[in-house]
Structure formats: C-alpha cells, structure tokens
Write a protein that binds this ligand. Structure first.
Ligand code: ZN
Length: 153
C-alpha cells in the first residue's frame, strides 16, 4: 500500500514500513500545508493517514485516525483493511522509506550493527542505514500481533 502519513501520526510510520508498505512521512518531506500534502498524495497515488478530519475529507483516498495512541491508530488501520503483517524480510528502511538490500556475509558492517555472519543484515540503498531482526523487530512483531488480535475479536 502507498500511504502518506500526516505529521501528527509519526508513531505509526516505522510499523507500516516494517510491514512492507511504501510509507512517506510528511515531516521527512517538509510537507506542512494541507494543499502540499494533497498534491503529493494525488501525484503519487497515496492514501493519506491523518487525524485531521478536514484533511481526510478533502483527500481522494484517506483513512482517519481518531486516537493519539499508536496502537489505537494501528487498530484503526487494520479495521480499514490495511495488512499489518510484518514482512518475512524487511523491505523498507524504517528511517527514510528507501528500499533495502541484503548485506553479504563478508561485508563489514558499522559498529551499531551485528556481524553479518551471525544473522542476515540489510542496508538501505538510499541512506545506508543497516537493519537486522533483533529485539526491536521482535517488539514490533508483538505489538502488531496484539493489534491484529484486538481487531479480529
Ligand atoms: Zn534509508
């Protein structure tokens, strides 16, 4: 799914990217004005995710998120039919939304990342950030599975 996330909903950006969605965050592109957001959404065929009723009404495609709480927002997305299943392998950079590529086992990794011999590592083609499925990934998966459970009850 291609989405454009309003500055008020920054907490859900990384979750959507970890589910493989093409998620642009308005703050990353300095989109502050409703008109700018609407223009980008139309030009790039994106669904706007926002807490702003007026903006949601004006958008061609939008999902209104009423809560400030991240899990409630994710639940609203699940209820609207957005697939919140984490990708088997990360596809999108959590920092910039760029595409990820697997790092070869023999390549050196930056100090903050584990050794690629110990498990798969991915690198963002756009910003160079490295990713692996460590404890952070596990926490995201737990949150998403809790949200999916709440939605199906
Ligand atoms: Zn990146």
């Amino acid at each position: 799914m291609h989405v454009l996330i309003d500055v008020m909903c920054g907490g859900i950006v990384a979750y959507l990217r970890m589910c493989g969605h093409d998620a642009v965050y308005a703050a990353d592109r300095d989109l502050e004005d409703d008109d700018e957001l609407l223009a980008v959404a139309t030009a790039e065929g994106r669904t706007i995710l926002t807490r702003d009723v007026q903006l949601a009404t004006r958008a061609e495609e939008s999902i209104l998120l009423e809560s400030r709480d991240v899990e409630d927002q994710l639940e609203a997305l699940a209820a609207a039919g957005v697939d919140l299943t984490p990708s088997d392998e990360p596809e999108r950079c959590g920092a910039c939304n760029g595409p990820l590529e697997a790092v070869d086992r023999t390549e050196p990794t930056p100090g903050y990342a584990p050794d690629p011999v110990d498990g798969p590592i991915w690198r963002c083609r756009d910003c160079g950030q490295h990713f692996w499925q460590g404890s952070h990934w596990d926490r995201v998966c737990e949150t998403l599975s809790r949200v999916r459970d709440r939605t199906t009850v």
